[in-house]
Design a protein around this ligand. Structure first.
Ligand code: SF4
Ligand code: F3S
Ligand code: FES
Length: 244
């Protein structure tokens, strides 16, 4: 130990409400917020609800809000907050189940309404190196849903049914960029997935723990394609003639 201590204020409660409770723990050099929370669970509050799995920033389970900003608890060092208060709470854009755990199941519903990978080609497939490289970034997503939590369209304006959110624009972009995929998702992006609600605040990109450039590499290219398809007068006329 370091002989020093750290104080954490942790939200205790559920959907009906709750309050922050302060806990003091021995500060171990290099410890992360998840270590501190698990120490509290072991020594002070056995009933403290927290979700985690890998402790290595891979599984995306330990997302929480630390001082109001979504972070992975297993990737955030306690010492980063030396001399400051540390507030830990659940992700607020989703319903709180208990303490640090919120119900992220809405995200799986959104995922299921995205047209899956569709191809008429038969294996073996040929893929070019540059395609493989472009497809690598969106595939890095660990589904921590922190980008969903921070986006004001969901967090403040609660557009949950009609806005899919940044994580699912990343997923759409992966599918749309895939050279073998033949499905068209632009209509859904405009209508049921509400890409027009995004006003490019880039908060999603800032919190992504794996460094996906969500806004520049997924959202903006998709917005441009939707604009070309739906707001270009020549295409609009074509759609009218073809009746779609
Ligand atoms: Fe998390 Fe980044 Fe995936 Fe969003 S895009 S869910 S922030 S890993
Ligand atoms: Fe939201 Fe990201 Fe757009 S935070 S508003 S989806 S750029
Ligand atoms: Fe897996 Fe933190 S415990 S990402």
């Amino acid at each position: 130990g370091t002989g020093r201590t750290a104080k954490l204020k942790i939200f205790r409660g559920d959907a009906s409400g709750g309050e922050e409770v302060e806990y003091e723990i021995p500060l171990v050099e290099g410890m992360v917020v998840l270590d501190a929370v698990l120490y509290i669970q072991a020594h002070h509050a056995n009933d403290l609800a927290v979700r985690w799995n890998c402790k290595a920033a891979h599984c995306g389970s330990c997302s929480a809000e630390i001082n109001g900003i979504p972070r992975l608890m297993c990737k955030t060092r306690v010492e980063e907050f030396e001399g400051k208060e540390i507030h830990v709470g659940p992700m607020r854009a989703f319903p709180v189940i208990k303490d640090l755990v919120s119900d992220v199941s809405w995200n799986y519903e959104v995922s299921s309404r995205i047209t899956p990978f569709t191809t008429s080609q038969k294996a073996p497939f040929t893929m070019y190196e540059e395609d493989v490289e472009r497809l690598y970034e969106p595939k890095k997503c660990i589904e921590c849903f922190m980008c969903q939590d921070v986006c004001h369209v969901l967090r403040t304006h609660h557009k949950h049914p009609e806005f899919a959110g940044p994580r699912f624009f990343v997923r759409n972009q992966w599918l749309e960029m895939h050279p073998l995929d033949e499905a068209d998702r632009l209509g859904d992006l405009k209508e049921k997935n509400g890409i027009g609600y995004c006003n490019i605040t880039k908060c999603c990109t800032e919190v992504c723990p794996v460094g996906i450039k969500i806004t520049d590499n997924s959202i903006i290219p998709l917005k441009e394609r939707v604009a070309d398809e739906y707001y270009d007068p020549a295409r609009w006329l074509m759609r009218k003639i073809q009746g779609r």
